[in-house]
Design a protein around this ligand. Sequence first.
Ligand SMILES: Nc1ncnc2c1ncn2[C@@H]1O[C@H](COP(=O)(O)OP(=O)(O)O)[C@@H](O)[C@H]1O
Ligand SMILES: [Mg+2]
Length: 256
Amino acid sequence: MLQIEEVEFAYGGSQAVAGCSFDVPDRKVTGLIGPNGAGKSTLMEIIAGGLTPSSGRIVFDGTEIQGLGRIRVARLGIIRTFQTPRELTRLPVMENLVFAAPNQIGERPLQSLFRRGRWAAQERELRLKAESLLEWVGLTKLREEPAGSLSGGQRRLLEIARAMMAEPKLLLLDEPSAGVFPAVRKLIAERIREMVERGITVLVVAHNMAFLSDVADDVVVMAQGKVLRRGTLSEVRADESVVAAYLGGGHVGGTS
Ligand SMILES: Nc1ncnc2c1ncn2[C@@H]1O[C@H](COP(=O)(O)OP(=O)(O)O)[C@@H](O)[C@H]1O
Ligand SMILES: [Mg+2]
């Protein structure tokens, strides 16, 4: 579904992604791991269209998408969440979901003046969808609370529900289980597996081994901007070059 081919990117003089290539297969969960600074978040941003690689290609469903920009990439069905959740903290949970939908009410203010009826119908539909997603992630009771009052785990769940509002084909999740209690981590893993059953493809950055073993079909290890190894979680954990790569930047099996 997604091919990453020889992608390079530097922030000023510092090379963050250095000839990175791998495929993300359709309707699977691909885990992306590697020590801090390996280039994982940068690569996610490149796939999502927010950064343009200096060379290489990103091919999605047969179309080259590198450098298209966030909005056009999102329209193709690629949606990402961030390492640090970016919900609108003062807005209620429910509104955060409604505003996460593409072509939302108010996006074209002039048109909305003339098409009130249609917009009202669309808003009702979005609210129904938001309600069922809130139920799905267990946040129904908190629907009127400002998003900023949620716990870390609840914010992660809200992020996932927000991403689902956009009906992604490919979901990019950056550390969705970081800093979350084990019970919530389990729930997040379950929800991700359900997404895959619904036909969504997932690329997920994570460090927690229990989480990865629950969720990932296979794992790509990045180090110093490129792919070091790919395989099942147990294959890559047993690989000496992977262990060595982590010695500089953390531990295989860290807790975040
Ligand atoms: N906005 C930025 N400006 C400059 N350097 C950055 C920026 N973001 C990341 N980097 C650098 O790029 C490299 C890759 O970072 P990142 O993609 O965040 O890695 P990871 O997500 O694997 O920890 C690191 O050396 C990091 O310091
Ligand atoms: Mg990162």
